[in-house]
Design a protein around this ligand. Structure first.
Ligand code: SF4
Length: 384
């Protein structure tokens, strides 16, 4: 198979004496921690990669803007070069490989043959299905054919971004090319979807590294999304949630409420209906770098029913009202005090006060046996 630039750089890195085992373990531990896998997973990544078992990844690009690749390029835990050189073997990626044309096609076919049934197929971009799929062709083949052929040979299939997951922006009305997602083309196959525009790179890394190391996929919801990343809505972890609960809303961009960081619901925030982890895992490894973090309402980019369908600043119905609109059915004991207990406490308190009073009298008694003048119990006098 012709060597790609990535192959050569990877080999140089593995033989570079300055890149030692400790560096590598650090990369693996960072990767495991960043995607929420247990600490032992980092060691498993390292052991697996050290034995030369870096999984082959074939990355197909169709109707897309390369935004998902771009956001992956900006990860630092691990950095993309560490990921593709140390943890996986990125055998085909049109934006990141040097070969082009016939040579690139040859590399892809040979990598798929050599890793049949084991490689991870990543799909970025929507697939145009209308008119026989003529709106996207590579090397004379339609995207539908390229995807179907690769999926037959893959060990796992991951659709990265909303375009590959369900059609994304190319599928917006009137959808002239019949753009759709990989799961709709590959009916009957398990396709992990990592929607987002762009997808959060750590949602992808977590899935890819789990498969690469353990040969398993995470628990998925009915849309193929990993539950650990898409099991909750943005609204559930939003840092502006306290303002929502308190009824403090920005009414217009730039008004006082907006400047104060109030809730963006009235500006069209789709966070209450959007399942994604952006509120806790920001972009570009920069704290606060996500739409709501920079003052813009969430536009629901992971949700097929919202993104590119419901206007950006149109408010939505909240389907699952949460406190303070409703409260969970809790009936906590609030520690009410019974009359008997009050009486006992009164008796005990009285006895203690009396004892204190008697003790103070006793302490105040002069040695000559003369009683000190009566006064309030110890601890209750001004001078105490
Ligand atoms: S409506 Fe949007 S800005 Fe407001 S709390 Fe929910 S997710 Fe955050």
């Amino acid at each position: 198979m012709p060597l790609t630039t990535l192959d050569l750089v990877s080999r140089a890195r593995w033989t570079d004496p300055s890149f030692d085992r400790r560096d590598f373990l650090r990369v693996c531990s960072l990767a495991a921690a960043a995607v929420g896998l247990p600490a032992t997973a980092g060691e498993a990544f390292a052991a697996s990669a050290a034995q030369g078992r870096r999984p082959s990844v074939i990355w197909l690009s169709f109707q897309e803007c390369t935004g998902c690749t771009e956001t992956l390029l900006r990860t630092t835990k691990p950095a993309l070069d560490e990921l593709i050189l140390d943890l996986i073997s990125l055998d085909y990626h049109e934006a990141l490989m040097v070969p082009s044309g016939k040579l690139a096609e040859e590399v892809r076919y040979k990598a798929m043959e050599a890793n049949k049934g084991k490689f991870i197929l990543v799909v970025e971009g929507a697939i145009p299905a209308k008119d026989g799929g003529i709106y996207c062709k590579i090397g004379g083949k339609t995207a539908v054919d390229i995807l179907t052929e690769a999926a037959e040979m893959a060990g796992a299939i991951i659709a990265i971004g909303s375009c590959a997951s369900w059609g994304g922006v190319p599928s917006a009305e009137p959808n002239p090319t019949g753009a759709t997602g990989a799961p709709m083309i590959l009916k009957g196959k398990t396709v992990v979807t990592i929607p987002g525009c762009p997808a959060n790179p750590y949602n992808f890394l977590g899935t890819a590294l789990q498969y690469a190391t353990f040969g398993t996929l995470p628990a998925l919801d009915e849309l193929g999304r990993p539950m650990w990343a898409y099991g909750r809505t943005i609204h559930e972890h939003c840092p502006r949630r306290a303002h929502f609960d308190a009824g403090r809303f920005a009414q217009q961009f730039g008004d006082e409420g907006h400047r104060q960081g109030y809730c963006l619901y009235k500006l069209g925030c789709k966070g209450p209906a959007t399942h994604a982890s952006c509120a806790t895992q920001h972009f570009g490894d920069i704290d606060g770098a996500w739409p709501i973090g920079i003052g813009h309402p969430c536009f629901g980019c992971t949700e097929e029913a919202l993104a590119f369908r419901v206007p950006l600043h149109q408010t939505i119905e909240i389907e699952r009202p949460a406190p303070p609109d409703t409260y969970p059915p809790i009936h906590a004991e609030h520690g009410g005090v019974s009359p008997v207990a009050t009486g006992v406490a009164g008796l005990v308190g009285g006895a203690l006060l009396t004892a204190g009073y008697m003790a103070s009298k006793s302490l105040g008694r002069k040695d000559d046996g003369e009683a000190a003048p009566p006064g309030p119990p110890a601890g209750t006098r001004k001078e105490d």
